[in-house]
Design a protein around this ligand. Structure first.
Ligand code: ADP
Ligand code: MG
Length: 349
């Protein structure tokens, strides 16, 4: 299998960096007003950026944020070979096992979204993600055979793990179930940092991890935050549109930064759990707005699996704020749900 793109880590870094750059340009902070503090660093194979606007001195240290995100990574990363998820994936026991509150709550949240998305979203896709060369293990040279796919499909299915939120325990119904939190952990990390900032008494901020964001209050100009939605074009970076938002989380999903081409066919890192194959459709990206970033993050992946038609119908049914960007030849066509239009009334461009 030949990858025509950079490894995931670099791509996410550039995407996050791109968004930061745009955000800084858009908030127009040539001079730092009193009480404007920015932090940035690396986490989860990507970058993070935090901006807090306050009248008083901001007493949050960079180390506090780094530590929080390192904790999230130590729970959910499949790239750290003693993370909680890595250990759970290695553990073939089908007995009830105690897990951390964070892991239990994300498994429960993921299963809720799996149900609601009719199985499009499914964190048990981990073996398929690996098979198609998008996981932490080695990258195969050839496409997987149908036989390879059929074999791992036996261990795919969000019903194959059950969780007892009261006891804080979970149980695999099939010993080879492997979990992949890549589509929700960045959003969860954003929520953790945002909640921490609020617990310290600050309510005007932007938190971003790998392009997923949560915004509250106002920017340094005392206005809503301006967020650039990237044009889902793998050949260059440009802005599709800029939206003004506050008191909400925003996440974008798309195959345009992480894919490979083989025999003129594009293979995306979003996998349809029903077929075991990367999704093949003309939906180029999905942007979801939601109160919590982890929800926005996971739903963005769910809609990428569903495609623009089924996805739009479900978004309407769920009253969700979603922007679908569909590629029609060289053109990018936008489809917005009424809720997305309502929350982003003041479109900048
Ligand atoms: P994007 O920004 O495109 O959403 P993410 O890294 O947030 O990228 O999520 C994509 C990752 O989610 C994939 O690389 C894979 O690890 C995992 N994934 C792929 N398909 C699914 C799916 N159907 N349900 C849940 N997770 C998935
Ligand atoms: Mg995502």
């Amino acid at each position: 299998m030949k990858s025509t793109t950079q490894p995931v880590k670099n791509i996410s870094f550039l995407t996050g960096f791109f968004i930061l750059l745009l955000s800084l340009l858009l908030i127009g902070c040539d001079s730092s007003p009193k009480g404007l503090v920015s932090y940035s660093g690396q986490t989860m194979g990507t970058t993070y950026h935090v901006t807090i606007v306050a009248d008083q001195k901001v007493s949050i240290a960079q180390g506090d944020i780094d530590e929080l995100l390192a904790g999230v990574n130590q729970t959910f990363s499949t790239y750290i070979d003693n993370s909680e998820v890595w250990l759970l994936n290695e553990n073939k026991s089908d007995e009830w096992q105690k897990s951390s509150p964070a892991l239990i709550s994300l498994v429960a949240a993921s299963q809720y979204i799996s149900e609601a998305s009719l199985g499009a979203y499914d964190i048990t896709v981990a073996p398929l993600v690996d098979l198609w060369g998008f996981g932490p293990s080695f990258k195969p040279d050839d496409l997987p055979s149908q036989n390879d796919i059929d074999k791992v499909m036996q261990d795919i299915g969000y019903h194959k793990i059950i969780v007892n939120t009261e006891e804080g325990t979970l149980k695999k119904l099939s010993p080879n179930v492997h979990l992949d939190f890549s589509s929700i952990a960045k959003g969860y990390g954003v929520d953790e940092v945002a909640n921490y900032i609020e617990s310290r008494g600050f309510f005007n901020y932007m938190v971003e991890v790998g392009g997923e964001m949560r915004l509250r209050g106002h920017n340094p100009d005392g206005k809503k935050w301006r967020i650039a939605v990237e044009k889902p074009d793998s050949s260059k970076r440009s802005i599709q549109r800029v939206i003004k938002l506050s008191d909400i989380a925003v996440a974008t999903s798309g195959g345009y930064r992480n894919f490979f081409i083989k025999d003129a066919v594009e293979y995306s890192h979003t996998i349809d759990p029903k077929t075991g194959n990367p999704v093949q459709h003309h939906l180029a990206s999905v942007t979801v707005l939601s109160g919590e970033c982890m929800t926005a993050d996971a739903w963005a992946t769910a809609f990428m699996v569903l495609g623009d038609k089924k996805g739009y119908d479900l978004a309407i049914e769920q009253k969700m704020a979603v922007l679908f960007i569909v590629k029609n030849g060289p053109e990018y066509h936008e489809v917005m749900t009424p809720e997305f239009k309502r929350l982003t009334q003041e479109l900048v461009i």
